[in-house]
Design a protein around this ligand. Structure first.
Ligand SMILES: *Cc1c(COP(=O)(O)O)cnc(C)c1O
Length: 395
């Protein structure tokens, strides 16, 4: 079948929940993707901040192939070595204590919410607690995750959602304080808002929220699904600040393409939280996912990926600042590490479509932001090529 045939078939057979770009991607190499017509694309999206190691990393591929030959799945009724090793590495990278592996980011957020509710239930002997979430946030598409997602467009058709969710303004400490009460069991936020338009938490804000949470025994939940796993220039973006979450959600680059997420908590939370019977998953943390996570963390640590991201992220920042000086349509430039955004006054959908035509994969965020979340292994030459293409597209 040719690419048009695939696209026509997809539009008949798949539920139409995405307006897809008109290309059928077939393979990847290094930081490039190839479609079924053999056209080559420089990838600055990484499958939405997932493919941190790029494509075709030999060590990663070998680890997955080895695990395919051994065992894919066991269920969580038994132990398996890859996931135990993965948990140990994730604990070391985060300095946190207890890991639950899921199949996706949304499920990691679901688990984090359940863990927080259970903690407050154990402490107080009753339910009915509230959660504070942020306007403009994104935490996933399941009902629980959607309930803490501060985007009316995503929420409205599915209301009523979870009760007891209060929204505060991101980077506005007073608005969080206003929503806090003795009923509050948790505050959930992204350390760097991603889908909402690439907004890093300001230092005073995130540290103020963490302090408020500490003082009132409110659990501080950070969603590191997009900004975590080295993307910010630290393993987890919260490590840039003087804070530590009680519960953290990870996914996306955690498996670099193998679907896996995790919620991770401190021992203090774990002691009052989920126990046998409270939570589970058939697939979550199976040997195959475990092998992926273990290998990704091994490679990232050994190759000091965070140092590379700091360097190349700085270079990307400078080059985008250059574009900003040249193009009046660039209104703002935000971000950290290899998670940056340009907010522009031209339609962003058109920018990403034109980029694709010219062999550059670029995605958007919010209503007006060009989002840069490339594989973490990009080099200066790739930034240069991307900037050259984008320079030719922006008016
Ligand atoms: C992508 C994302 C999610 C949802 O992850 P899925 O794997 O798509 O369920 C949640 N939170 C943030 C910050 C994300 O970027």
């Amino acid at each position: 079948m040719d690419s048009l045939g695939y696209i026509q078939s997809a539009e008949k057979d798949l539920l139409h929940t995405y307006n897809r770009y008109g290309v059928v991607l077939e393979k990847g190499r290094d930081v490039y993707l190839f479609d079924t017509n053999g056209k080559k694309y420089l990838d600055f999206a990484a499958g939405i901040a997932v493919c941190a190691l790029g494509y075709g990393n030999e060590e990663y591929k070998a680890a997955l192939k080895e695990q395919v030959d051994k065992l894919l799945h066991t269920s969580n009724l038994y132990y398996n070595a890859p996931v135990i090793e993965a948990a140990r590495l994730l604990k070391r990278a985060s300095g946190m204590d207890r890991v639950f592996f899921t199949n996706s980011g949304a499920e990691a957020v679901e688990g984090a919410i359940k863990a927080a509710k259970k903690y407050a239930y154990t402490r107080d002997g009753h339910g009915g607690h509230e959660i504070i979430a942020m306007q403009g946030s994104f935490h996933g598409r399941t009902i629980g995750a959607l309930s803490v997602t501060g985007n009316g467009h995503y929420r409205e058709p599915f209301e009523p959602l979870l009760p007891g969710i209060r929204f505060a303004r991101f980077n506005d400490l007073d608005s969080v304080k206003e929503q806090a009460s003795e009923k509050t069991c948790a505050v959930i936020m992204e350390t760097v808002q991603g889908e909402g338009g690439i907004y890093p938490a300001e230092k005073e804000f995130i540290e103020g929220v963490a302090k408020l949470c500490r003082e009132r025994d409110i659990l501080f939940i950070l969603d590191e699904i997009q900004c975590g796993m080295g993307r910010s220039g630290k393993m987890f973006a919260w490590q840039h600040y003087d804070v530590k979450p009680d519960i953290m959600a990870a996914a996306k680059a955690l498996g670099c393409g193998v679907p896996v997420g995790a919620f991770v908590m401190t021992e203090r939370v774990a002691q009052k939280s989920l126990v046998p019977g409270d939570h589970g998953t058939t697939y979550g943390g199976n040997p195959f996912a475990g092998a992926a996570v273990r290998t990704v963390l091994e490679i990232m640590e050994r190759d000091k990926i965070t140092e590379h991201v700091q360097e190349i992220g700085g270079y990307l920042w400078e080059r985008l600042e250059g574009l900003r000086r040249k193009h009046e349509c660039i209104v703002d430039h935000r971000g950290i590490g290899l998670m940056q955004g340009l907010s522009v006054s031209v339609p962003v959908g058109e920018v990403s479509r034109k980029a694709l035509e010219k062999g550059l994969v670029l995605i958007t965020a919010g209503a007006d932001v060009i989002r840069f979340v490339p594989p973490l292994v990009i080099e200066e030459e790739h930034v240069d090529l991307m900037v050259q293409i984008l320079d030719g597209i922006l008016p």
